[in-house]
Ligand binder design. Structure first.
Ligand code: PLP
Length: 367
């Protein structure tokens, strides 16, 4: 659900990438000249850089974030007959990837303050079929890592991170990508670390698991014999030109995230009281992929923002378990269902200035 873009765009990808144009042209020229468009030296370089950034041992570039989740599950041997716990409040891709791996997504509720997966609800959903829990670091904030890790350890489950919205986020000082058995990242252009097309990565410190993901993502090919196919895999690889762009953008990620935090601080100062930003866990270092507020007047707020030329969105108006694609889950999931009617995403992007926040807040003051 996206509003108009205008005086304050929701996200201006042209602006975000404009400053890098010269560097991008140089990087792409190099790819054009060496011709290794898939799996070129840029991919290996980015994988090394991003693993280090995530304080993890391995990174495997893949085609997108949804594939990254599916490949982690398949590489862990999770599929048909298995349940995987996912929060009801997430982008639908988390659940789609579980289905694509052949497993069954089991939706659980979220915490009322952070709108992230509720560890108590996850614990209550564990049964004999449960194989994994996917903690989605939604909006840019990491889930309650200690609670989910200890639940996973206690019950013998894999704790997997969906870090598609959380590049650079931390919990108790540890970055997204280092908290679970493995983490899935998306580099969709609008993410905090965005390519100029689709891209994704699996990050893990389990080197054997990384090797298995790499093999699965490249037609099950053996590492040292391209004509030997050890697994029945698929094709999900990161392009060299995307990896080149991602290396350039990774160098700016921390300063971009700092700018997002500063914009959010200004929103907190200036928003009318009837628009409450989603809470931040004291142990979390949020990277504000989205600036989500709760309001009882979303319809009026959207109209006022659109009238003022401010872009806005809702992430997400229909919780996963209420989507037709996942019909059959009739259970009520009350916190996620109520939040879905109240959440509103305001513009936040490293290219916005302080005046933009003032314009957004002014537009909401009349609501
Ligand atoms: C974007 C996103 C994905 C999927 O990533 P793609 O690269 O678009 O496949 C998965 N989970 C969450 C939470 C996302 O925001």
């Amino acid at each position: 659900m996206n509003g108009n873009t205008g005086a304050v765009p929701f996200l201006d990808l042209v602006d975000i990438n404009a400053e890098l144009q010269t560097d991008l042209e140089v990087a792409w020229k190099a790819v054009l000249q060496h011709g290794r468009f898939v799996g070129g030296p840029e991919v290996e370089r980015f994988e090394t850089q991003f693993a280090a950034y995530c304080e993890s041992r391995s990174c495997v570039g893949v085609a997108n974030g949804t594939d990254a989740i599916e490949l982690i599950l398949t590489a862990l041997g999770i599929g048909s007959g298995d349940d995987v716990i996912v929060p009801a409040n997430t982008f639908v891709a988390t659940a789609e990837a579980v289905r694509a791996a052949g497993a069954r997504p089991v939706f659980v509720d979220v915490r009322p303050d952070t709108l992230l997966i509720d560890p108590a609800a996850a614990a209550a959903a564990v049964n004999r079929r449960t194989a994994a829990i996917i903690g989605v670091h939604l909006f840019g904030q990491m889930v309650d890592v200690p609670a989910l890790s200890s639940l996973a350890d206690r019950c013998g489950l894999a704790f997997i991170e969906d870090a598609a919205q959380a590049h650079g986020a931390r919990y108790s000082g540890h970055p997204a990508g280092s908290a679970g058995r493995a983490a899935a990242f998306s580099f969709y252009p609008g993410k905090n670390l965005g390519a100029l097309g689709d891209g994704g990565a699996v990050v893990t410190s389990d080197v054997k698991l990384a090797d298995r993901v790499r093999c699965l993502a490249n037609h099950g090919r053996a590492a040292h014999d391209r004509h030997r196919h050890e697994l029945s895999g698929r094709n999900s690889r990161l392009d060299s030109i995307q990896a080149a762009a991602l290396s350039l953008k990774l160098a700016r990620l921390d300063s971009d995230n700092a700018r997002r935090r500063e914009l959010m601080r200004r929103y907190r100062e200036s928003l009318p009281a009837s628009f409450q930003p989603v809470a931040v866990d004291p142990a979390a270092e949020h990277v504000h992929h989205l600036a989500v507020v709760r309001t009882l007047r979303r319809e009026q707020a959207g109209a006022a923002l659109s009238a003022a030329g401010v872009g806005w969105g809702v992430h997400y108006p229909v919780p996963c378990h209420r989507q037709p694609a996942f019909a059959g889950c009739d259970e009520r999931i009350p916190v996620a269902e109520e939040a879905a009617t109240q959440i509103l995403s305001l513009p936040i992007s490293p290219t916005l200035d302080d005046g933009d926040v003032v314009r957004v807040c002014d537009a909401l003051r009349g609501v």
